[in-house]
Write a protein that binds this ligand. Structure first.
Ligand code: 13P
Length: 237
């Protein structure tokens, strides 16, 4: 199976810069998964029509349509052209206090609304130093009990996100192998992506690992040159 390159644009880009990037990726025939911010979903959806790119949102409401100011339902995301959604990203866990129960509801709602999820897990530096990395990841994964329509799990060690510090290929491989085993006990056989300061300079080595089925890229996915280089590494691995 070809390795996956997913781009989490977080709270970056504007209509023009996003659409230019998407047009270029489409013209090059790339098949990345793109996660723009909410206001960019419509314009990006219109731009990527006819190409192999897949569109996803960065969050989804745990509720169906209704009186939930500021929230966006799974059905609205599908209507805007999304097939995918991120759930459990560490920035949402930390900045918005999202925990297991809420995340389970988001997973359920996403599936009911017709979206596939990319579910993110990962330990903090303190947790790793305390020898608790596996325990934390296992606890995060337990939220997937009974989940449907899971497109991928992303292992994103919090200490490697936006820090320039990457897990070594061996660290990534070790945790991915552990995750693979845990997913099996949950009855899930899905790709496992690595995320955390993935750059053109380290993507090839990370993607060469047997249990690394792809990458979830933040900062380096905002520029065509770096995203292209990472995608090339994925195509060759
Ligand atoms: P960076 O690649 O900027 O470290 O972000 C990783 C990430 O959080 C992707 O979801």
């Amino acid at each position: 199976m070809p390795k996956i390159v997913a781009a989490n644009w977080k709270m970056n880009l504007r209509r023009q810069s996003a659409c230019e990037l998407v047009s270029a990726l489409k013209a090059e025939g790339r098949k990345c998964w793109l996660f723009p911010a909410f206001p960019l979903l419509g314009p990006v959806a219109d731009t990527l029509i006819g190409g192999g790119l897949r569109l996803g949102a960065q969050d989804v409401s745990p509720e169906p349509d209704g009186a939930f100011t500021g929230d966006v339902s799974a059905e609205m995301l599908v209507d805007a052209g999304c097939e995918l959604v991120l759930v459990g990203h560490s920035e949402r866990r930390k900045q918005h206090g999202e925990l297991g129960d809420l995340l389970a509801r988001k997973l359920k709602r996403a599936a009911e609304g017709g979206l596939e999820t990319v579910y993110c897990v990962g330990e903090t530096l303190n947790q790793r130093k305390a020898g608790k990395a596996r325990e934390v990841v296992k606890e995060h994964l337990s939220t997937l009990q009974g989940a449907r329509k899971v497109a991928a799990v992303a292992y994103e060690p919090v200490w490697a996100i936006g820090t320039g510090e990457t897990a070594t290929p061996a660290q990534a491989e070790e945790m991915h192998a552990f995750i693979r085993g845990e997913l099996k006990t949950l009855g899930l056989d899905v790709p496992i992506l690595y995320g955390g300061s993935v750059k053109p300079g380290n993507a090839r080595e990370l993607l060469a690992q047997a249990h690394v089925d792809g990458v979830l890229v933040g900062g380096a996915s905002l520029k065509l040159e770096s995203l292209r280089a990472i995608d090339e590494a994925a195509l060759e691995s």
